[in-house]
Design a protein around this ligand. Structure first.
Ligand code: ATP
Ligand code: MN
Length: 462
């Protein structure tokens, strides 16, 4: 058989008169007794190619089997299209039906709600919306690797199974091969994890950062890009129990360098999407969010505001807005506060720094005031926090003291403390939530709609 051409390439082609061979799934078929028009999509683009089939050239049974959702192959001639919105179409010479699709197929022509499509996550990639979202998701993953590779960072793989219980970023899922109904018990009557697979209690990681720091303290600049797990029972449009995170970690960079990198990185990714995902963005803009590309362009062309936490609190208190969570110094900002600063007050992305140490993790570098740490959260319109990061505490004694104060087991984490014992150096890093980025780029409103198979409380279907 001839070599398949992707529909994205066929539609770009201007060589009318040549033979083409395409394979895909039927989106719609319409027509009359003499001619059928088939809209065919193969996932390579949001656009369909129009296949024109003269009924006299084809068996009636065959044409009957060409229904919405069916998979077919088409050999034909590329011709100029009289229809608007496309320059070429395919005049079919030969059609093969690979797989028929009856009327119980849930993706018939009519539109569906995103909620309904979540229930058929195994089929929703075949819709225009999810095709667009997942192609953009791919492009962003590629752009992330490209950015870091071009900047001399090394892709560093951190473990998903970890023995530390206290990475400080959230509740963890336990990993065990013990029989839950009948676990081995120690003398104290508690489960004896010495008998477990790893000979100790283990969890799924909430962040690759701590092991990322080990890489940065050797290779200079690394990044991770992998799955992350949090067992928090937070049923929000911005939280998943299993999500992907990108965590660069850089030796010899302070908090200012860290902010510069985060801003350059985010702008690069947004620009990459504008340059490489135009058709999919145009579709999403038309269907869901008419300010989408305007918002993306705005982020690329404006400096992010850099704001001290204390100043941020003052702005919120003086705003006169009645928030669900009342504002005072020491508050861990909620999404409503973050979005007020970004969307109402500054109307630009904000990097908030100098948070109270009580609401941040043990490893963040302490400021001289004894009260605040060199944390930085990047806050985005519609999203709130998209990046969380900090300069790390490089001083062995300060770090150890803070671990003891916060109940972080220093002995079990002696390997982490060793970076501060042997050749400690200033270093910084941050974590970008991949799905929060995809939410921003696609304009989708719910994080369940930007990952193929979401994991959320009470939901692990597919
Ligand atoms: P939030 O306050 O929004 O719950 P966090 O402060 O717990 O986030 P970090 O520990 O700083 O998050 O993680 C770094 C980044 O990972 C966040 O800035 C966010 O983009 C992303 N992230 C965190 N938790 C989740 C989650 N449950 N689902 C998806 N992305 C997440
Ligand atoms: Mn955070």
């Amino acid at each position: 058989m001839r070599k398949r051409e992707k529909i994205v390439d066929v539609l770009r082609s201007t060589e009318v008169g040549r033979e083409v061979f395409v394979e895909g799934w039927v989106r719609t078929k319409r027509g009359n007794k003499s001619v059928n028009f088939i809209a065919l999509n193969d996932g390579s683009t949001v656009k369909n190619v129009q296949v024109v089939a003269e009924c006299t050239n084809f068996d009636e049974e065959l044409l009957k089997n060409i229904t919405t959702g069916a998979s077919i192959a088409v050999e034909g001639t590329l011709v100029e299209s009289p229809a608007s919105g496309q320059s070429v179409e395919i005049q079919a010479n030969n059609i093969t039906v690979y797989g028929t699709c009856d009327s119980t197929y849930p993706l018939q022509k009519k539109g569906h709600t995103l909620e309904f499509l979540r229930e058929i996550a195994h089929l929703r990639p075949r819709t225009n919306t999810f095709g667009a979202v997942f192609r953009i998701r791919h492009a962003m993953a590629f752009a992330i690797h490209k950015f870091f590779n071009d900047h001399g960072f090394f892709y560093w793989h951190t473990p998903l199974i970890t023995a530390s219980d206290a990475e400080g970023a959230g509740a963890m899922f336990s990993v065990s091969t013990l029989d839950k109904e009948n676990p081995p018990l120690g003398e104290d009557g508690k489960v004896d994890y010495n008998e477990d697979f790893f000979g100790r209690h283990t969890n799924l990681t909430v962040s690759g950062q701590l092991e990322g720091e080990l890489g940065a303290m050797a290779l200079g600049q690394i990044y991770t890009f992998g799955p992350t797990f949090r067992a928090e029972n937070s049923n929000t449009p911005r939280h998943l129990a299993e999500f992907w995170m990108i965590e660069p970690e850089m030796a010899f960079m302070d908090i200012e360098d860290n902010m510069d990198l985060a801003e350059e990185f985010l702008k690069y990714l947004v620009q990459y999407a504008l340059d490489n995902c135009a058709d999919d963005l145009a579709f999403l803009e038309k269907m869901y969010d008419n300010e989408l590309t305007e918002r993306l362009r705005f982020v690329v062309s404006n400096d992010f505001v850099r704001l001290d936490y204390t100043e941020g609190i003052r702005i919120l208190m003086e705003s006169g807005v009645k928030f669900d969570y009342p504002v005072s110094w020491g508050l861990d900002l909620q999404s409503e506060h973050e979005r007020y600063l970004v969307e109402q007050h500054f109307k630009r992305p904000v990097i908030l720094t100098g948070y109270p140490k009580e609401i941040k993790a043990f490893y963040m570098k302490q400021n001289d005031d004894g009260k605040t740490v060199r944390a930085m959260d990047v806050l985005f319109p519609k999203i709130g926090e998209i990046i969380g990061g900090s300069e790390r505490e490089a001083d062995y004694n300060k770090l150890l003291t803070r671990m003891n104060e916060m109940g972080v087991p220093a002995e079990a984490m002696s390997w982490y403390l060793d970076t501060r014992k042997f050749g400690s150096a200033p270093h910084s890093g941050f974590g970008l939530g991949f799905e929060r980025l995809i939410l921003f780029i696609t304009g989708m409103a719910n994080i369940r709609d930007v990952i193929p198979f979401p994991r959320t409380p009470k939901n692990a279907e597919f």
